[in-house]
Design a binder for this molecule. Sequence first.
Ligand SMILES: [Cu+2]
Length: 486
Amino acid sequence: MNRRELLVSGSSLLAWLATSGLASAANAEVVAGKMEEDIRLPPLLDGRTGPIRLEAKAGATVFAGGAPSSTMGFNQSYLGPTVLLRRGTIPPVRVENGVDVPITLHWHGLTVPSSADGGPGTEIAPGAGRDVELPIRQPAATHWYHTHVHGRTAPDVYAGLAGAVILQDDDEAGIELPRTYGVDDFVLILQDKRFDGSGRAVYEPGIMDIMHGFRGDAVLVNGQLRPIAKAPRGLVRLRLINAATSSPFDLSLESGRPLVLIGVDQGLLDAPIEVDRVLLAPGERIELLVDLGQGEERLMAASQSSSMGMMGGNAGSAVLLTLAPDDGREAAVTSIPQRLPTSSAVAIAATGTRRRFVLDEGMGPMNMVRGLVGGSPVMTINSKRYEIDRIDFSTPVGAKEHWTIAANQMAHPFHVHGAKFQVLKNGGREPRPEERGWKDTVLVNGEAELAVSIDAETSEGLPFVFHCHILEHEDAGMMGQFTTQV
Ligand SMILES: [Cu+2]
């Protein structure tokens, strides 16, 4: 970069900061003025006994009382139904594309063959459809699905092409846990949105948003701002899914009482853990129990900007959800179970191949210049930008490998398809409670050591991908591919 380019980038940076600050001030009124309303859960789509049909649709959605926003969803105008799955079944899935951009349907968290996984190699053109079978061979957990077309995952997930999955099994059913959907068991899909002056959700990330992560003006729950969930005066189960393009959310109760963590990405922990706060990075899921025995609780969320980018927008803690006791209903569960059924208690021996992946967003002058002249930044893993025809490695199904993930310059949520892992170390420390158990996504701070279990087979020439779950980074190329052999 020469002296003139430096001057240009410096002044544009100032301009970006100025407009960003002004926009936030104008939108604060839109965000603050909205009345609270009862929570609306996505409808259930029962894939335990019947076929699953999901059609991507375009629509208009009013967020927080503002002007209608252009959105997309599955079977509805924004987000999609909550798909119920059961271990031991193989439901047929039909995905149809009724929008004017290509889509895929990736089952985030399911370890299914690559032909069913819905990665970038399984694009469905506008007007077309795709049929797959979904073999469910893993324990009960909260997962999700979303579009995964390379180069446009961020805008299309932001627009709403995502939904929740509740996977059930006999082990989970044998434990006394809240599980009545919408009564004491709530799916909470979190997305932060940036609003224009009329309250329309907009997604026009600038170069700094792409580099450091896009931050919204407010965090929505299932598309609602600060909804109220009424529930019996007992234990309430919250299934949280971070479907934001790049914001990690730091969650806590306003009362200061502990949250009870019972599950992470790939299923239940071996026992509940009480935590004051829990960090949920993009792509991650957690299951929490909140006790309404003492009355109303408010779940708070702070959008973490300090660890994820030096110029993040809204960093304060705000009410995400109010949990209000409904004395008209009797609580199904009032005491926290001592033990949970789990497969996550035993640490695996990662005796297979050691691999190292360096995630780099190229926070240097070249990407700044690319952004400022309207180009897209180049982001890499091991210095290579994603290419759909390049396979980075191949490994046997069943392998237990030791992976080191290095996050260059900032924290990156690392996610792998067709595999699960245990976090051995992250940033030189022991895993936090929400990093225990089997996971598929982890916010890597510095370097993380993972014991990885390769679980699913690649088929039809389709590889699995591994990538940063900051969707802007993924779209810019921070993604690689591997194949497996049975
Ligand atoms: Cu990243």
